[in-house]
Each structure stands twice: as C-alpha cells, then as structure tokens.
Ligand binder design. Structure first.
Ligand code: GLU
Length: 549
C-alpha cells in the first residue's frame, strides 16, 4: 500500500487536480490588475466592517481594472441562516459596491470561477486533499473528541502549547497500512495537513497594510477536511483563492496570525501565495475605552442600521473612505464636486491599528452629501426612505411641486443649507412649512427681545397691510423690514442700535425675529425671504392672524 492507494481509498471519486487547474485559468487582465474578494459567512448579520472591506475591494478593483467577487463561506453549516446570502447581496447592492462575479442571490451566481458558495465546492476541496494525501502531505486522523481533549489536558498541565503537532500528533505516525485498515474497519476520521514546519524557526512576511511581520513557523497539523466532508476555513481559503486567481486577500486582521499556516499550505500545494492586506477593525470609543464595534452592543455595527436611519449610502461610503485613508478628508476639501470614485485609495496608507468610528462625524458628512443634492434628488430619496419607514412623511411629501420648493430653500446656491444629515430628519426639518402640521403643533411662540403682545401684533399687522409684497426681490423685502422697524421706533440698523442703545428699544434684527417666530414657530430657520416666497401671501396671512390672537 502506498500514499496513492490510500488517497484513492479515501477519495475514490475525486478528479485529478489538472481538471480544475485548466477549468480556472489565469485571468487575462492587464498588469497590476487587482483581483480581490469579499468572503463572508452568511450569518444573517452584515457588519459595517464587511461593507468597509467590500468598499475597499470594489475601489481597488476599479482603480486597477481588476475584479471584485463575492464568495460565500458557508462551510460551518451550524451557523447557516435562511436568506443569509440574500442579505449580503442586497446590502452590497444598496451601497452600490456590487461585485463583478459571485453570488447574486441565495442560489445563483455569475462568473467563470464558480461555484462561489463553498458548500457547492466539496468535490474541488476533496480533489486537492487527495492530491496532498498522495504526496504524504496530508493524512487521515482517527482521534476521537475525547482523545483530543485528553491531549489538550496533558498539554495544559505541562504548561506547553496546545494543539495537534509534533509528538502530540498521534495519527501522523501511523503507517499507510494501519490507516487503510482503520478506514476499512469503518473508523471515523478527518483529514489533517502534515505540517513540515518547526516552531523554533521564524518566517518573515510582508503584509500590504501591516508591513513586515515575523512569526514562528506553523507546526500544527490542522484539520483540512472535516467529518462532514467540507473543508475548514484555512484549506478552503487556499484552494479558492488559488483557483479564483485572487491577487490580494483583503480581510480582517483577526486572520493575521494564521499567515504562517496559510503560506505553508500555499507552499505545500505548490502555488504562489496571494498578497495579503489585513484590515484593522473599526473601533468605537466606549467611555474612554477603545473597543471593536460590537454586533451585540452597537446598533450602528449593522449595515441595516444606516438604511433604517436614512443615512445616505454615499455619506456612509465617504465616511468609510475617511477611515480607510486619512488623506481622503483633504482630498475632499480640495475636490468638493468630484465623485469619490476619483479618489485613489491606497492600501498601504491604511491604519495599522483600528480607526475610531465617530457617528457625529458621519452625520456631518451626511449633511455635506445632502447639501450637494438638488431639491429633486432630496425629494426622491426622502420619499423612497419614507415609503419604508415613515407614513407621515409620505403624506407630507404628497404635493411634489410644493415639497420641491420647500426642499429647494437655500439649495443649489454657493453655500447650500447643511441642516439635514439623514432622511429621518427631513420631517422635523420641513414640517413647519405645512399648514396642517404647523397649526396642529404650534402651542407657543418663542419670541425673543420683542415679546410684548401689543408690539408683536402691531409689527405683524403693519407688515401684512403695508409692507409685504409677493413680488419683492430680496433687497426690497429687507429694506421694507427696515422701514417697518423705523416706523415703529426700532433702530433700522444694528450698528445704529449699538451706538445709541438708550435711544431704541430694539433693532431691525429683533423685528425680523418676530416675523420669523410668527411664521414658523422657530427662532432658527433657513433664509426667511425664501421661506416667505415658498409660503406665499395666503399662508403668511393665515399664520400671522393666528399669531395675533
Ligand atoms: N469567512 C471569513 C470571515 O468571514 C473570510 C475571511 C477572508 O476574507 O478570507 O472571516
């Protein structure tokens, strides 16, 4: 009996690996093209870190005319949930970071390097496991869970490294005949990699993000094929990224410590390893403690949170780019009108330790992003969000023409308004422009300096009767408010008031405030001239009359 016969006994059906090597040829791409992937497990939860990785992968593929694909890693079938793949596919679609290849629904995929779901690649992994067994580089292990537990307990007692290695790797020393016999007797087994490594030797590795790192060699005989016939992550990673012709493995840095094993597997399989870029996780400041964004504790860890809150997709992406490359902020400042597609992302400029996620900053980016949109765009996006999350806002937006005027206040000019950071703020932001809501909600008027009923009433009535004209331009409109102030004995200019504070009770600004509060119930609003233009004489009159009562 030799290794070849043993391999045949274990995987009689497996094809020769040349079949797969030919089926998945080198990709015909220009030099320097990056082929990379997002490889999540379909657990029913899409983490913001996953979107972050996908955004980076998408950008690098775009920048180099490469390929970005989505591979679903579902070899841990205990963790499977229904629609897990659909959730991932939809999240990527929502944020417009769609892959060129890979899964496009729960069961379908596109691209020539599939299947893109690991559970459908069983025969491929087995072919490569067979190939390793044939060369004596992998072997069946018959240890029961109890035996493994005993080994572990002994190691812990002796205070030495735990694991299946060296003298502890009982099954690596069986003869081929012994192995074959056990298999024929029906003993259960899994397949382990026979590591050629030694713990007292070091390897050097260059990570695209982390830089140069040293590790002891791997000497663990890790499991490569589990009892259910499916591969472990380590083996699947090597086989898949080889066959899918990945050039850059961009993944979470929790995998950095597996580098010695992965490089060894690539080497023993006779392949060139891809480049690795290990991304630090997104962190959060929790009362002075820096910790990872947690699925359990932080709603913002879920990609779905942003859609629910109505934070624009573009804002989330811009903010993530900010986290990825700190020079993005300066680039954005210098290139206000450019699409973020034009920003050149550099992997080697990513932070080695975790960047802090700051919601205030993200919302600020949201404000800027929304300020760049036209009123029509804001209308469409807010409506789309409202249809899913806020019926009242749908009603408010019913009159499209009026809504676009309202949303157009201080928009499309040089310094557009920056008061909406997310779609869930639109209602609160514009509802006072709607009579139904305004009259229902107004209980008190927060007048400021001029708050005497008689004075207020006089300002409002005089303004309506004598000064307001729909057709006035902004300058005329403001000049008239000055005149009104003068007529009532208030300073027409703030300067004048400051020079002679004893002479006047208040100034033109205070008069404006009276108008603003009576009109909107608020002390802070966008430009009052524009508000009046949108409301029109009839609504203004109704509002002032109500205020005078
Ligand atoms: N399925 C692995 C994970 O979700 C993928 C890591 C990788 O990108 O290789 O952590």
């Amino acid at each position: 009996m030799d290794y070849k016969e043993l391999a045949n006994l274990i995987f009689p059906e497996a094809k020769d690996i040349s079949f797969y090597e030919e089926k998945y040829p080198q990709r015909d791409l220009k030099e320097g093209a990056i082929v990379t992937r997002f490889a999540p497990s379909p657990t029913g939860f899409v983490h913001i870190g996953g979107l972050y990785q996908s955004l980076i992968a998408r950008k690098l593929a775009d920048q180099t005319e490469g390929v970005f694909f989505l591979r679903v890693e579902d070899t841990d079938q205990k963790r499977e949930v229904e629609n897990g793949v659909t959730d991932i596919v939809n999240s990527l679609k929502e944020f417009a970071v769609e892959p060129d290849e890979g899964m496009i629904s729960e069961t379908e995929s596109k691209g020539n390097y599939g299947p893109y779901k690991q559970s459908k690649r069983k025969e491929i992994y087995q072919a490569y496991a067979k190939y390793l067994i044939e060369q004596g580089k992998a072997y069946p292990c018959f240890c029961t869970p109890e035996e493994l537990e005993q080994i572990r307990a002994k190691q812990e007692n002796a205070k030495i490294r735990t694991g299946y290695y060296g003298v502890w790797a009982k099954c690596r020393n069986h003869t081929v005949e012994e192995m074959a016999q056990k298999i024929k007797q029906g003993e259960k087994y899994i397949i382990r990699f026979k590591s050629p490594g030694r713990e007292d030797r070091k390897i050097k590795h260059h990570d695209v993000i982390k830089g140069n790192v040293d590790f002891p060699e791997n000497d663990q005989d890790v499991v490569i094929i589990k009892a259910d016939g499916l591969p472990t992550y380590h083996f699947a990673h090597c086989v898949d990224d080889h066959l899918m012709r990945t050039t850059h493995v961009i993944r979470g840095d929790e995998w950095l410590s597996s580098i010695p094993l992965h490089l060894q597997l690539f080497h023993e399989l006779g392949w060139k390893a891809p480049k690795y870029a290990h991304i630090a996780p997104i962190m959060k400041n929790d009362n002075g403690n820096k910790r990872k964004l947690s699925k359990r504790k932080d709603p913002e860890a879920a990609v779905s949170y942003y859609e629910e809150e109505g934070i624009p997709e573009e804002a989330v992406k811009e903010y993530l780019l900010n986290i990825a490359n700190s020079n993005f902020e300066n680039w954005r400042r210098a290139n206000k009108d450019k699409s973020m597609k034009e920003f050149e992302l550099q992997l080697n400029k990513m932070s080695v330790s975790g960047a802090l996620f700051d919601m205030v900053k993200l919302l600020d980016v949201g404000k800027t992003v929304i300020s760049r949109m036209s009123a029509e765009e804001v209308y469409e996006k807010a409506l789309q969000w409202a249809k899913k999350h806020d019926e009242e806002l749908v009603k408010i937006l019913d009159d499209k023409e009026y809504a676009i005027k309202v949303l157009g206040i201080e928009r499309g000019n040089k310094k557009p308004r920056k008061d909406i950071s997310k779609w869930s703020e639109v209602k609160e932001n514009i509802e006072y422009m709607y009579d139904e809501v305004f009259f229902e909600k107004i209980k008190e008027y927060p007048y400021q300096v001029i708050n005497d009923k008689e004075q207020v009433n006089k300002i409002l009535s005089l303004y309506l009767e004598k000064y307001y004209e729909d057709s006035d331009d902004k300058q005329t409109w403001f000049d008239k408010i000055k005149e009104l102030a003068g007529e009532m004995g208030y300073a027409k200019e703030v300067k004048e008031f400051k020079a002679n504070p004893d002479k006047y009770r208040a100034h033109v600004g205070d008069v404006s405030t009276v108008l603003r509060v009576a009109l909107t119930g608020r002390t802070h609003t966008p430009d009052m001239y524009e508000i009046m233009q949108v409301l029109g004489k009839e609504r203004i009159t109704k509002r002032f009359q109500k205020a005078m009562h």
